[in-house]
Design a protein around this ligand. Structure first.
Ligand code: ADP
Ligand code: MG
Length: 462
């Protein structure tokens, strides 16, 4: 290999290419806001789909009864049921989580949905007496389906395309509710799907239930996306009836945002080219949990190949796509031991790199830091874009409006450095005066509860 290049040189170049100074973040947030306008103006007007959710009323707290939710959109799916009391309270709540066998993510629609419906059937069979379905009523379900969907109504919608590692081509263009309902029927589940919701919309609904200031929801998990409350009059492409509330929740599908201002590196370009959806989900590929670990791997691979970071030979496993997952990256990044023992053991366990010295481990942590910092700062710039678009970053009628942003997703929840960086960057961008009026609130599993609440507010019995 080329002896002239050191890992420190590659690191320095990486830091320069990934830099996100405040001025750059402002350009990115402006671009986000411009694309939001374009996506609302006409169908296909922007890379941002700005999907109409058909949710024009968020939960009020008066919802009552037993409701179910099913959340599909990542590596696991969850089923849950809640008993709502009608006083902004959830009397009881139970859930089950099941992982999705990888072969079902790229198999047939029937295999995937039958698997889900079977788990749902088992869960329903387990319903205890704490849950009181009113006599003569059918159970109702909110279906959180976290992929881009063109909604046709609150309870139907067609899949635009897959993301996050799923790829079942026959499903594209099909009504996902009809598909689920058919599987439920086959598995003997008697339940009506009352609401089809994106996880961001569910998180917004769940967040609003507990906090009236919630107007925006952001997911940072396997993938990334955002939803927010828009004025119906600001949606030129909406030709339906004017909602009474004057508002409509928009599912941005911000994962597909892209801009010439984004700090894209050779590693991003290669990751994109080798991905299931080249050219798509560029923002998501830079900020979300599915991809962060793999960008890290690509940087380490180049350091191994060109600067012998791990010795004379390149560790073969370092060439395996997605071998280094974001939770492992997070564990290495948070290693506070003087010898960086966690980094050492992760490199050994995951990549079969047996001997590493402290300076090598420090470089690995530094690369984690560069990639996580870039992702978190870009996510904060995206949030600023929404605040700008909705005028929540400045005076309105002489006052700065109070905004709460419901945050969910395993990346935000568990990757502490990343979360702190999102928070700090947002307040850095907003400044003290506006910052006082904006809060980030962790809305743990808000999307599941939100979907159940939306099933309640769109019940066939009201
Ligand atoms: P999903 O996005 O699949 O619906 P979650 O919101 O639970 O589910 O997010 C799971 C994702 O969060 C994982 O794919 C992973 O990328 C990320 N994640 C989970 N745990 C951690 C962790 N400890 N550190 C960093 N990232 C994590
Ligand atoms: Mg999720």
């Amino acid at each position: 290999s080329n002896r002239c290049v050191t890992a420190a040189d590659i690191l320095k170049e990486l830091e320069e290419k990934c830099a996100t100074p405040t001025a750059k973040l402002r350009q990115i947030s402006d671009a986000m806001s411009v694309e939001m306008h374009a996506g609302l103006a006409s169908e296909g007007g922007s890379k941002l789909k700005m999907l109409i959710s058909y949710v024009d009323n968020l939960p009020t707290g008066e919802e009552q009864g037993v409701f179910y939710a099913l959340d599909l959109g990542g590596t696991n799916f969850r089923v849950l049921r809640v008993q709502l009391t009608g006083k902004s309270a959830i009397e009881c709540q139970e859930f089950a989580e099941v992982s999705i066998p990888p072969q079902l993510m790229v198999g047939t629609a029937q295999a995937l949905f039958d698997y889900i419906a079977l788990e749902l059937a088992k869960f329903v069979a387990d319903e205890s007496e704490k849950f009181q379905l009113l006599a003569g009523r059918q159970r109702e379900l909110g279906f959180t389906f976290s992929f881009p969907v063109m909604q046709l109504s609150i309870d139907s919608g067609t899949l635009i395309r897959w993301t996050k590692g799923f790829s079942i081509q026959e499903m594209v263009g099909k009504d996902v509710v009809a598909e689920l309902a058919a599987s439920m029927k086959r598995q003997g589940v008697n339940m009506r799907v009352s609401a089809l919701v994106n996880d961001t919309v569910g998180t917004l609904a769940g967040g609003r239930y507990g906090n009236k200031d919630v107007n925006i929801a952001v997911i940072l998990g396997t993938g990334s996306n955002a939803a927010y409350v828009e004025r119906a009059q600001a949606i030129p492409k909406w030709h339906g009836p004017h909602p009474k509330s004057g508002e409509m929740v928009i599912n941005m599908e911000w994962g597909n945002f892209r801009s010439s201002h984004l700090p894209i590196t050779e590693y991003d370009t290669a990751l994109d080219a080798e991905s299931l959806y080249p050219g798509e989900q560029i923002f998501e590929k830079m900020i979300s949990g599915m991809y962060l670990g793999d960008v890290l791997r690509r940087v380490l691979l180049r350091m191994a190949e060109e600067a012998n970071l791990f010795g004379e030979t390149v560790p073969p496993k370092l060439k395996t796509q997605f071998i280094l997952r974001t939770p492992e990256m997070s564990a290495m990044h948070h290693d506070k031991s003087p010898d960086l023992n966690v980094v050492g053991s992760k490199l050994k366990d995951i990549l079969d790199i047996s001997e590493t010295n402290l300076s090598t481990r420090k470089i690995v942590v530094e690369v984690c830091n560069v990639m996580a910092t870039r992702g978190a700062r870009l996510a904060a710039a995206g949030i600023l874009g929404i605040l700008k678009k909705t005028g929540r970053d400045s005076l309105r009628d002489g006052e700065i409006p109070q905004t709460a942003i419901a945050m969910d997703g395993g990346l935000y929840e568990h990757y502490t450095e990343y979360r702190h960086c999102v928070e700090n960057t947002l307040y850095e961008l907003l400044g003290d005066e506006v910052g006082k009026h904006v809060k980030l609130v962790l809305s743990n599993d808000g999307s599941g509860i939100g979907a159940a609440l939306l099933a309640a507010s769109h019940s066939q019995y009201i």
